[in-house]
Design a protein around this ligand. Structure first.
Ligand SMILES: Nc1ncnc2c1ncn2[C@@H]1O[C@H](COP(=O)(O)OP(=O)(O)OP(=O)(O)O)[C@@H](O)[C@H]1O
Length: 235
């Protein structure tokens, strides 16, 4: 087994809306391993996004502890979390969050301009197969291409961690597979630890590890001995 990159101990996240308390996470103990691609599966509302946001330093746990390597995230200040996100974490969301008035290259440069050790925007766009589309605007691209720009933006800072919340949720199967191929390629080429939330259970077959959520808890963890290529995934 590889090196642990994330460890959580008894994480809870409680939303207190006044009348009711919602336990988005109800005690999560987990380990994620360096270089692995992990898929998170589970019904809507089971806590997947909440966990991803806590791992990515976008949200605070109500209770429990989270470590990134030897660094505890749960006692970091907001400023520390901002630095952690900037230096180590790339995010990819379902709706690409590109700036419509900027080209693909300029969207990626938003990140490379503020990162300590970025790759050139052109290189990042080449890695996602968009080397010829760098000067196109988001409105001139398909959903899958826009998502690949978003992935280029996320990887351009050479993050150790890539956190993806429903990256193929808005895509048809052909473009969805292309996006998954890019994620697998980045994971293999750079050893980027990757976490993918999906509602599409068949995507679990490309993962090293699959974590199932139910009611804010982990119900099962599976290690995949026979991973398949994204192109073999039946949608
Ligand atoms: N800001 C909030 N205020 C109140 N409740 C919230 C808030 N954010 C999330 N929740 C609740 O926390 C629970 C877990 O939400 P979360 O988004 O983590 O689930 P999920 O498994 O990612 O769901 P989905 O697959 O639908 O995205 C849900 O019951 C949700 O309604």
């Amino acid at each position: 087994m590889g090196e642990v990159i994330f460890r959580t101990e008894g994480i809870t996240k409680v939303y207190d809306t006044g009348e009711v308390k919602v336990y988005a996470l109800a005690g999560v103990d987990l380990e994620l391993y360096k270089g692995e691609l992990t898929v998170l599966l589970g019904p809507s509302g089971s806590g997947k996004s909440t966990l991803l946001n806590i791992l990515g330093g976008l949200d605070h746990a109500t209770e429990g502890r989270v470590w990134f390597g030897d660094t505890e995230l749960t006692n970091m200040s907001n400023r520390g979390l901002t630095r952690y996100r900037r230096d180590h974490v790339g995010f990819v969301f379902q709706f690409y969050n590109l700036v419509p008035s900027l080209t693909a290259r300029e969207n990626v440069q938003l990140v490379t301009d503020v990162s300590p050790d970025p790759m050139p925007a052109e290189e990042a766009l080449g890695l996602v197969g968009l080397g010829k589309r760098m000067d196109h605007f988001p409105s001139e691209m398909s959903g899958g291409e826009q998502q690949r720009v978003a992935i280029a933006r996320a990887i351009a800072k050479r993050p150790q961690i890539l956190l993806c919340d429903e990256p193929t949720g808005a895509l048809d199967s052909t473009t969805g597979v292309q996006v998954l191929e890019v994620l697998r390629d980045i994971n293999e080429r750079f050893g980027t630890t990757t976490v993918v939330i999906t509602h599409n259970a068949s995507i679990q077959r490309m993962a090293h590890r699959v974590i199932f959520f139910q009611d804010g808890k982990i119900s099962e963890v599976k290690v995949n001995d026979n991973r398949i290529a994204p192109s073999e995934i039946a949608w």
